[in-house]
Design a protein around this ligand. Structure first.
Ligand code: NZQ
Ligand code: ZN
Length: 401
């Protein structure tokens, strides 16, 4: 493990541009057509996933809203969780043929990310996958979202994650051009979620907060405190919503927390980690598990492995969020207690804690490490809070068994 010596960086310079318009609350999806018009759309690609939006009647309500505003649309469903490149290519072709000028996502992170990829790919001359190999997205069709699961935060983020079928590389792309122009957040729409998906979503939200908390920057108190507030909110609300799926207040708080966790307001001015996400992405790519469930298994292992790099960071969150008592003689004890409390909490929500529960296989570890560290042009390492090489990543996956 490289970079074990702590770097001291104070609050860094940053730019922050987050122009998404949010409509939050009950029945807000009825205004979808108005918002599409407001943001310049006249021919829409209505993009959605499997059956959930059809079954709940949401898709029909959105179509009606578009029709009321006289907006033409074509529908493209079938986005799978951990969205694939094949449907993105199909969507790009369709948008070009039909002269689409606005992409409207109805669904979760997978649908939104597929929409963003289509929006960027439609106006790009080359292969859209270039963006997922590091090219920044500078231009895209406008995207709007109607969110149905609190999880990925894609409704407010400049990011998209797609899996390329050849090689099953799961990679991310970024650019302010794909930040949604508007996002409709009606917490009621999340009440049809199975408990497992609700819990996986909550885990992902907490992961987005942890990935930003685990930093080498010092004295960025404002974001430390924001993150702690959001983690405390999730600690309070997630069990309430698992106990009662129709608890609107809990769903509402989680939905807004999910947006705030990932529109980068909690990450400005500080370095961030993201190694847990990078390591998890290989699990959801290979086993098609829910991203949040993969994170529930990955995070505790990564945290235990890297915590010595800055024990006080982990001790601080243990005390401030998990209510652990500070052991001044040996802060490592407190740090570990915090990680354990977090893992127990995730298990109590119904999340897996090891490879077997996730459906992952020990014998695949060399393959996972190969794709993680070498796949798609990587140089043998991944980097974040610390730089991890193939040996480190092997040990981390072994800790999850
Ligand atoms: O396809 P349908 O039928 O809609 O079913 C979905 C899917 O099976 C179901 N679902 C969604 N809303 C529902 C519902 N079922 C009943 N009622 C509802 N209201 O839930 C399942 C999961 O949906 P998905 O969109 O995959 O979930 P999520 O929002 O967690 O998105 C996961 C994807 O986002 C990526 C992940 O890697 C993963 O590919 N991420 C995207 C990020 C971003 N763009 O900023 C950041 C994240 O860290 C993450 O990596
Ligand atoms: Zn995530």
């Amino acid at each position: 493990m490289a970079d074990l010596k702590r770097k001291e960086n104070h609050m860094e310079n940053f730019t922050f541009y987050s122009p998404t318009f949010f409509a939050f609350g009950k029945e807000t999806e009825k205004d979808a057509g108005k918002y599409v018009k407001k943001f310049g759309g006249s021919k829409v690609l209505l993009h959605y996933g499997g059956k959930s939006a059809e079954k709940s009647g949401l898709l029909d309500r959105v179509k009606k809203s578009l029709e009321e505003e006289g907006i033409d649309y074509i529908a493209l469903g079938g986005v799978k969780p951990n969205p694939r490149s094949g449907l993105v290519y199909e969507g790009i072709e369709l948008c070009r043929e039909e002269g689409v000028d606005f992409v409207l996502a109805v669904g979760g992170g997978s649908v939104i990310d597929s929409s963003k990829a289509i929006a960027a790919g439609t106006v790009y001359d080359g292969d859209f996958w270039d963006f997922y190999q590091g090219k920044r997205i500078e231009e895209a069709l406008p995207v709007g979202t109607i969110l149905t699961i609190s999880a990925a935060g894609s409704e407010g983020s400049p990011d998209s994650v797609i899996t390329k079928e050849e090689g099953m590389f799961k990679r991310g792309a970024s650019g302010d051009a794909i930040r949604p122009k508007f996002s409709i957040l009606n917490p009621e729409l999340t009440q049809t979620l199975p408990a497992y998906q609700t819990a996986a979503g909550a885990t992902d939200i907490m992961a987005h907060l942890y990935e930003r908390y685990i930093t080498n920057s010092t004295e960025v108190e404002v974001t430390d405190r924001l993150i702690e507030a959001l983690l405390l909110t999730m600690k309070y609300e997630a069990p309430r919503v698992i106990a009662d799926p129709n608890n609107y207040q809990a769903r509402a708080n989680i939905m807004w927390a999910g947006m705030m966790a990932h529109n980068h307001s909690c990450g400005v001015g500080r370095s961030q980690d993201w190694n847990s996400h990078t390591i998890e992405h290989e699990l959801s790519a290979l086993y098609d598990c829910a991203h949040g469930a993969g994170l529930a298994v990955t995070m505790p292992a990564v945290f235990r492995y890297v915590m010595k790099h800055n024990v006080m960071r982990f001790a601080q969150v243990a005390v401030r969020v998990w209510g652990c008592e500070m052991n001044f003689e040996n802060p490592e004890v407190t740090a570990l207690e915090g990680i354990e409390a977090f893992q127990k909490f995730l298990i109590s929500l119904g999340m897996p804690s090891n490879f077997e529960e996730l459906g992952a296989k020990k014998e695949d570890i060399p393959k996972l490490v190969e794709v993680l560290c070498r796949g798609d042009g990587r140089d043998g390492t991944i980097t974040g809070f610390v730089t991890l090489d193939e040996e480190d990543c092997t040990k981390i996956y072994e800790m999850m068994v």
